[in-house]
Design a protein around this ligand. Structure first.
Ligand SMILES: Cc1ncc(C[n+]2csc(CCOP(=O)(O)OP(=O)(O)O)c2C)c(N)n1
Ligand SMILES: [Mg+2]
Length: 547
């Protein structure tokens, strides 16, 4: 139990955050939350990270949540501050990333009177946040604050982690009071029914060709050691979804690669077709993760997920195990004690497809990036062609590959990399994004410059919304519209921002410049002039028959 704290609501809030172990809050102030900023300054141990745009604050907090498993915290002022933050919150919601969103609000005692930044009614802001958060609360009295903060953190991390929303009316933050901050207990892991675990053991014993599909739930629950143990026990190949990349090191002999149906490599698809049992760990079988549901339906499917809503949506499970992936995998391993099967498959890896030697193809750029980065580098991706090309990026460590996948918001990679570098100053951090995504929130580079963060920002520049161009060519007989962007003088632009620029125009320079960028000890933007005609290799694989 903590001690009684006297002060403004904002001071009590900040003490409660300290009790939760919060070290930083991402956001932008506004008059409605100035008391909170003042309290942060006064308390002194929590850093207020100033961003240039609120959605970026959300993306940074999301990155922290994905890397540490503890909620990232972001703070927005009432009304437009909060509505502007919401892309970052929605991204975290769909990707099951723990996050606490603190939102300012007009004074509680003036609700409905038209105080500026007010939506219209008392609950409108909460209603607005509801689809993107799993829990909502509002401090209506200073006394409420410790319980609300404790509940917010506990909900954000319980079972399926997701953002929660805590509303902070201006007058409550300024009102004097007394309260006792405390740390909330983290909920214990949800375990599956013993009888279900037993039945899973029977299915596994009966199977001759089991295959593990590791999804985002493996990263979220921290189950990578269990995945390895399970794979080695069963001699089972491990395919991953996009958010599952890093569940097993890419060079582990049982690692297959991406298992996303037609987006997967041909040699992986051949093995997917042979499995007689799919053990899906923390997967949701959404569109991208299943390659547009082209992942072959297995004869038998054991589906492990902490959220029962994910069961039997597109793939009918033989057995659904509702529980935390790590806890269920541990129970399964216990039930399989003594079992040791030999690998049943042989992966015949094929050389990468031929690419034009002179232009910078996306596959080439992705391979060069892998070679330039250390094994434990954290990499963030963005929506678009570059993201699809990055599906083929080899990942060696868990929680090092951060991609917007299900919600797929553009503008994620750049701020997420900044968030990652702030919490992991010792690690090499790289962001990969297209020019379209860059021009959405590239001003956030200023945050990296201001804080001397040595992130390498890789801009895959094709002068267009490349992936949409591809779809217009493919689906609308080449009728291109609203997909081309006029060139920008990057020298002048980056000079103004105060960031180093490296430009790569020919295939020959790629490797050397990428290495140089990664070695830089200050932020650097690498303008990679990728071939505007280049298609991301996974798209080529998926659509090859139609090209
Ligand atoms: C916020 C947001 N707006 C629009 C989209 C739709 N969208 C997906 S990819 C894309 C184009 C991406 O272009 P760019 O960043 O240049 O990447 P490229 O495909 O050229 O590699 C768009 C507009 C989105 N995902 N997110
Ligand atoms: Mg582009």
């Amino acid at each position: 139990m903590g001690d009684e704290v006297k002060g403004r609501g904002a001071d009590i809030l900040v003490e409660c955050l300290v009790h939760q172990g919060v070290e930083r809050v991402f956001g932008i102030p506004g008059t409605h939350v100035l008391a909170v900023y003042d309290a942060l300054l006064h308390e002194g141990s929590i850093e207020a990270v100033l961003t240039r745009q609120e959605a970026s604050a959300g993306f940074m907090a999301d990155a922290c949540g994905r890397i540490t498993g503890e909620p990232g915290v972001c703070l927005a002022t009432a009304g437009p501050g909060l509505t502007s933050m919401v892309n970052g919150v929605a991204e975290a919601f769909v990707e099951s990333s723990p996050m606490v969103v603190l939102g300012g609000a007009v004074p509680y005692h003036t609700f409905g009177q038209g105080y500026y930044h007010e939506l219209r009614h008392l609950d409108d802001q909460i209603a607005f946040m509801r689809p993107f958060t799993k829990w909502q609360g509002r401090a209506e009295r200073v006394d409420d604050i410790p319980d609300l903060v404790a509940e917010a953190f506990s909900e954000a991390t319980r079972d399926r982690p997701r953002p929660v929303y805590l509303e902070l009316p201006k007058d409550i933050m300024e009102e004097e009071g007394e309260a006792e901050p405390r740390r909330s207990e983290r909920a214990s892991r949800k375990r599956a029914k013993t009888s279900d675990v037993k039945e899973a053991g029977t299915l596994i014993h009966q199977s001759e060709r089991p295959l593990i599909l590791a999804g985002g739930g493996v990263q979220i629950s921290g189950a990578w050691e269990e995945v390895r143990a399970l794979a080695e026990t069963l001699g089972a190949p491990v395919a991953t979804t996009i958010t599952g990349k890093g569940s097993l090191p890419a060079d582990h002999p049982l690692h297959l690669g991406l298992g996303c149906g037609l987006l997967a490599m041909q040699e992986v698809r051949e093995i997917l077709l042979q499995m007689d049992l799919l053990i899906a760990l923390g997967c949701r079988f959404d569109e991208i993760g299943s390659g547009g549901w082209t992942l072959p339906a297995p004869d038998k499917l054991i589906h492990v997920n902490v959220d029962r809503e994910e069961f039997n949506r597109a793939y009918e499970a033989t057995l659904s195990l509702e529980g935390d992936v790590k806890a269920v995998a541990q129970d399964l391993l216990k039930s399989l004690k003594g079992l040791r099967k030999k690998p049943w498959f042989e992966l015949k890896s094929q050389p990468p497809p031929q690419e034009d030697k002179n232009t910078i193809g996306l596959g080439k750029a992705v391979r060069a990036l892998r070679e330039a980065l250390p094994r434990d580098a954290i990499v963030t991706c963005d929506s678009g062609n570059s993201q699809v090309a990055m599906f083929d990026f080899d990942v060696y460590e868990p929680r090092t590959y951060l991609s917007p996948t299900g919600f797929n918001s553009m503008g994620f990679a750049l701020p997420a990399a900044i968030g990652a570098q702030i919490i992991r100053p010792e690690r090499s951090v790289a962001a990969v994004f297209g020019d379209g995504a860059f021009f959405m929130n590239g001003m956030e580079l200023l945050t990296a410059v201001e804080r001397h963060l040595p992130v390498s920002f890789f801009l895959f520049n094709d002068g267009s919304y490349g992936i949409l161009k591809f779809y217009q060519d493919f689906m609308y007989e080449g009728r291109r519209t609203s997909v081309e962007m006029p060139p920008v003088d990057m020298q002048s632009f980056t000079k103004g921002l105060g960031i180093d620029l490296l430009t790569v125009e020919t295939a020959r320079e790629v490797s050397q410049v990428f290495h140089e960028a990664v070695q830089n000890d200050s932020p650097v933007l690498v303008d990679v002039r990728v071939d505007p005609k280049a298609k991301a290799p996974p798209l080529e694989r998926a659509y090859r028959p139609q090209f």
